[in-house]
Design a binder for this molecule. Structure first.
Ligand code: ATP
Length: 366
């Protein structure tokens, strides 16, 4: 069993609380991604699990064993660092073999494990090279290979793709997902990049300011963010937020943002009847705002007027930065439309996919 459990884990550096009462259970063989902005405490969480930091309070378990007092080398984990931390004077083979040699694993066994890991990663032809003779992507593989040969119960990754160029990052994401399937081991992976989290994770733990905000599957985080912070963090471009009020008119409910008003469809209105008259934050993702001409069938919302402020052509879509009164927002629209700066346009919101946040609760959070 290689599940990982954090129970009420707090980590302080002096008076500063880097990780605040973290409760998190990671299932055996899960690909758990810890994501959040710089400084949110994700690396500290990983380092506590690795045993590189002592926790101030709480317990950490690997399987059923409490590891708080177990030294890092006996925790049966392997960590891949952002810097890769390869020994420059050693060959790739020796870099990968180093940990096993220290553990006095027999030579034949070391050779077998290194060759097997090299084959999994497609670096068999690099085993005699030194790190300086490798590209960034190849070094990254060697760092992963060094973890694989340890045959650990849990793999820890600390932003392992951040030194790679954009194209290689995308490619390596897919390779890490395949590797996870092949090894059938628990992966705990830290990144600030929500795209990395969304594409690889079986579940994502979103952190902010040392506090776990939400733990869920990528799809659920996207569809049902627990608060404003998660809503704004997951998705690119970010969800649009509008300060607004809920208004009731007969049996109909509306989101009233002063300079525009949109009806809440009947099938989604029920939870919001007792919000009537209240201040809310209305959220809608850029991909749920359409040019009426190319809106998916079934969207009957009344159009919203806006002025085109900025146009970003992405090839397969257009990011339109729009202004309506005091509101600025972004729409991801069909590339077949032609827009000009300053043009007055109409857009429709897909009100099947809107979000409502309670500012009283959420103001605390972001
Ligand atoms: P990044 O993506 O920038 O690495 P992170 O989410 O991984 O950010 P951590 O490295 O976990 O963040 O740091 C969390 C907070 O704890 C930061 O404010 C950091 O300055 C602080 N911190 C981390 N290590 C120490 C330390 N050894 N002493 C004091 N403060 C620390």
């Amino acid at each position: 069993m290689a599940s990982v459990t954090f129970e009420h884990v707090t980590k302080r550096f002096g008076d500063f609380v880097a990780v605040n009462d973290l409760n998190l259970h990671i299932e055996d063989r899960e690909f758990l991604v810890l994501v959040g902005p710089s400084g949110c405490g994700k690396t500290t969480t990983l380092r506590c699990l690795a045993g590189l930091e002592d926790v101030s309070e709480g317990i950490i378990k690997i399987g059923d064993t409490i590891v708080n007092d177990v030294p890092p080398k006996d925790r049966d984990i392997a960590m891949v660092f952002q810097s890769y931390a390869l020994y420059p004077h050693m060959t790739v083979f020796d870099n990968m073999a180093f940990g096993l040699k220290l553990r006095k694993v027999p030579k034949e066994e070391i050779k077998r494990r290194v060759e097997e890991a090299a084959q999994i990663l497609g670096i068999e032809n690099l085993l005699k090279r030194k790190p300086r003779e490798l590209s960034g992507g190849q070094r990254q593989r060697v760092a992963v290979g060094r973890a694989i040969v340890r045959e650990p119960k849990v793999f820890l990754f600390d932003e392992p793709l951040s030194n790679l160029d954009a194209k290689l990052r995308v490619q390596t994401r897919a390779e890490l997902s395949k590797l996870h399937q092949r090894l059938q081991t628990t992966f705990v992976y830290v990144t600030h990049d929500q795209m990395e989290a969304m594409t690889m994770a079986t579940r994502i733990a979103v952190m902010n300011k040392g506090v776990l905000q939400q733990l869920d599957t990528p799809q659920n985080l996207y569809d049902r963010p627990a608060n404003l912070f998660v809503a704004g963090f997951i998705g690119s471009p970010s969800m649009n937020f509008f300060p607004a009020h809920i208004r009731k008119d007969g049996n109909d409910l509306y989101v009233d943002a002063d300079t525009f008003k949109v009806k809440i469809p009947e099938q989604r209105a029920k939870p919001y009847y007792n919000y009537a008259g209240r201040e809310v934050i209305f959220g809608i993702r850029p991909e749920d705002i359409h040019n009426p001409q190319f809106a998916p069938p079934g969207i009957h919302a009344e159009p919203v007027e806006a002025r085109v402020d900025v146009i970003e052509l992405m090839g397969n879509e257009i990011f339109l930065y729009l202004v309506n009164g005091r509101h600025s927002f972004v729409a991801r629209v069909d590339p077949r439309t032609r827009f000009t700066m300053g043009q007055q346009v109409q857009v429709v919101f897909n009100m099947d996919n809107f979000h409502i946040f309670d500012p009283a609760v959420d103001r605390e959070n972001p």
